[in-house]
Design a protein around this ligand. Structure first.
Ligand SMILES: NC(=O)c1ccc[n+]([C@@H]2O[C@H](COP(=O)([O-])OP(=O)(O)OC[C@H]3O[C@@H](n4cnc5c(N)ncnc54)[C@H](OP(=O)(O)O)[C@@H]3O)[C@@H](O)[C@H]2O)c1
Length: 162
């Protein structure tokens, strides 16, 4: 089983506000879909509710303590029990949000970070950026300038655990 993480952050590690994303960046949505399609995605209950429906073409697993249920998803309460039972050949992508990134940052081999070249002072949710910088090595950094559809410069970064 391979465990990877995927996130889009601003320069300071901000990822959300009011249970929504901070930007509309179609290039990032495309990268997210291409990277995770066909695999398992694991997310927190708040992120699932923010997305509003299961992500198509992926096995959706949602972490909750509250008995939350929805169609088209597997709900889990206990991460260790889930991994002990799961015999999947698929990659598992941890897709957020902040609580779940913090829970898994020490367990993943790779982090796919879309680094958005902007700062969002109103953000209320943050990625554990120091854990990333201290425990991972940057092995790929592909940057693109903003364009008609994407209002910020951005880089697709791949980090590997040291
Ligand atoms: N920029 C990005 O790449 C990105 C990606 C994803 C999300 N986001 C943003 O992140 C924000 C949401 O993040 P968040 O930190 O508020 O919420 P979250 O991590 O999505 O979900 C938190 C919920 O997950 C469940 N949970 C967490 N730890 C658990 C554990 N150990 N065992 C069982 N259940 C557990 C709990 O659900 P219950 O309350 O149901 O018990 C908890 O309330 C939104 O703004 C979203 O847009 C950004």
């Amino acid at each position: 089983m391979s465990l990877e993480m995927i996130v889009a952050t601003d320069r300071n590690g901000a990822i959300g506000k009011g249970n929504q994303l901070l930007w509309h960046l179609p290039a990032d949505l495309k990268y997210f879909k291409n990277t995770t399609f066909g695999h398992m995605v694991l997310m927190g209950r708040k992120t699932f509710e923010s997305i509003g429906k299961p992500l198509p073409g992926r096995e959706n697993v949602v972490l909750t303590r509250s008995g939350f249920k929805a169609e088209g998803i597997t709900v889990i309460q206990d991460v260790d029990a889930f991994f002990a039972q799961t015999k999947t050949e698929k990659k598992i992508f941890i897709i957020g949000g902040a609580e779940v990134y913090k829970l898994f940052i020490h367990r993943v081999q790779f982090v796919h970070q879309t680094w958005v070249d902007a700062v969002f002072p109103d953000a209320d949710t943050f990625f554990p950026i120091m854990e990333l910088k201290n425990n991972f090595i940057l092995i790929r950094n592909l940057c693109q300038p903003k364009d008609d559809k994407n209002p910020y410069d951005y880089c697709f970064r791949l980090w590997q655990k040291k």
